[in-house]
Design a protein around this ligand. Structure first.
Ligand code: AMP
Length: 430
């Protein structure tokens, strides 16, 4: 019978193997961020809901349907909070709050951690999921746009997913988007076009979103829609051409995808997404990002350009696991401390503790059981050596048994740390 107490729907426990796979991709992300000059920061897991409503847009799935709202259960505070569904709005709130506009621009920031969306759970779509988020605030581009796209692409390569494609688009700005939207709305209102209920509502509030509708009925209608890249103003067209020129100069291949609009309202100009080859149609982006030159102002700051991306780490770890890679080898103990006297856990723990204090990966057998059983367990643990405590301990000596080769010799306790240190193998080494 399944236990009645379990993790909430859409969340999951990361057991040690999967946690290790996560840690590996987080480490790759952190190292890359540092190499590219993006400095790590944290924001709270919850914020005033208004930050997301304003910063992401009330007429987006993320705010309209997926926001995890939380309110204090008691006390005087009457603030409406929400768990963060993404990192950009919180980072931009922090940029304004801490006066980062006085820092050298652009401010390059990176954050990795859990995000929350009250979405319908399915494979690769969770209510709590992890993102690596990178933002460059205070640079209108286009070179920094290309730098970010290349950084995202490199992350997937380094993580072990070489078949990731870059989809790129420009979604214009306040100068050209209104005229484009008018054309788009006219297209959807044309005779003979039937829109599903949600799309009909969206047409009034956020028509751009119809282009990335998840409804299969929209595929044909969208195929005939006007393309924004055909209607960019000269400044946006020039920006887009320059982003592409910078990517070309770095030898980065990408595909221009005019239907790519991103789900969040604050994007202008550059928008991009990363997909595994062949999975573009499946709403399973590995990550995405774009330019949000109006966002800082929306959150109370001075007009400030910005661009960023968020890469979903769950989907990377899942893809790696499906390929049978990505889980780093478990750290094996160099030695297990065992003893001839089953009941003497005191000396076993004391000596293991001293060896750990000397920086060595050592376990102690703390079960009250015969030496033979302790040695069997040490072999099962994958340890290279058993440190066997016996009568010699009174003279400051122990037996050191090589569990691979079977040889055994008497060594002074004082010599043990140096001796074992020479034997420590890197995890995964033969
Ligand atoms: P978005 O901000 O929606 O573009 O999300 C950026 C990336 O985060 C996506 O490409 C996904 O890889 C990941 N992501 C978004 N929502 C979820 C979710 N509910 N579960 C797992 N990963 C997600």
């Amino acid at each position: 019978m399944p236990p009645s107490l379990r993790a909430p729907r859409g969340t999951r426990d990361l057991l040690p193997d999967e946690r290790a796979a996560f840690a590996r991709v987080e480490r790759i992300a952190r190292d890359l961020a540092a190499r590219y000059g993006y400095r790590d920061m944290e924001t709270p897991l919850f914020e005033q809901a208004a930050i997301f409503e304003r910063g992401i847009g009330a007429a987006t799935d993320v705010v309209e349907k997926e926001l995890f709202r939380v309110s204090p259960s008691r006390g005087e505070e009457r603030e409406a909070w929400a768990l963060r569904p993404e990192a950009t709005a919180g980072i931009c709130r922090a940029y304004v709050e801490h006066g980062m506009q006085t820092w050298p621009q652009p401010v390059r920031l990176s954050l990795s951690g859990p995000m929350f969306r009250y979405d319908r759970p399915q494979a690769g779509r969770y209510r709590q999921f992890w993102q690596w988020d990178v933002e460059a605030i205070g640079d209108a581009g286009p070179a920094v746009d290309a730098e970010l796209v290349e950084l995202g692409a490199r992350f997937y390569r380094d993580a072990g997913l070489p078949d990731v494609e870059i989809l790129l688009n420009s979604i214009g700005d306040a100068a050209c988007r209104p005229a484009y939207l008018a054309r788009l709305v006219a297209h959807y209102r044309a005779d003979g076009i039937h829109l599903p209920e949600l799309e009909r509502r969206r047409l009034e509030t956020n028509p751009l979103r119809l282009l990335d509708s998840k409804d299969p009925a929209m595929a044909e209608v969208n195929a005939g829609a006007p393309r924004i890249t055909d209607h960019l103003c000269p400044a946006c067209a020039q920006h887009f051409a320059a982003v592409r020129a910078h990517l070309d100069a770095m030898g980065i291949t990408y595909r221009v995808e005019p239907g790519l609009v991103r789900g969040l309202d604050y994007y202008v100009r550059t928008a991009f997404e990363f997909y595994r080859r062949g999975e573009e149609g499946q709403q399973q982006a590995l990550g995405g990002g774009g330019r949000y030159d109006g966002l800082i102002e929306l959150l109370g700051g001075k007009p400030t350009a910005g661009i960023g991306f968020a890469l979903g780490l769950d989907r990377v770890v899942l893809a790696l696991a499906a390929a049978g890679t990505g889980a780093p080898a478990e750290a094996v103990p160099v030695a297990v401390v065992v003893g001839a006297d089953p009941g003497n856990t005191l000396d076993r723990l004391r000596i293991a503790t001293d060896l750990r204090g000397a920086g060595l990966p050592v376990r102690a057998d703390l079960a009250v059981r015969k030496l033979g059983r302790q040695l069997e367990a040490a072999v099962r643990d994958g340890a290279q050596f058993a440190v066997i405590l016996g009568d010699e301990l009174a003279a400051g000596e122990v037996q050191l048994r090589d569990l691979d080769g079977g040889s055994q010799k008497t060594v002074a306790l004082a010599d043990l740390p140096a001796l074992l240190r020479r034997k420590v193998r890197a995890p995964g080494a033969p």
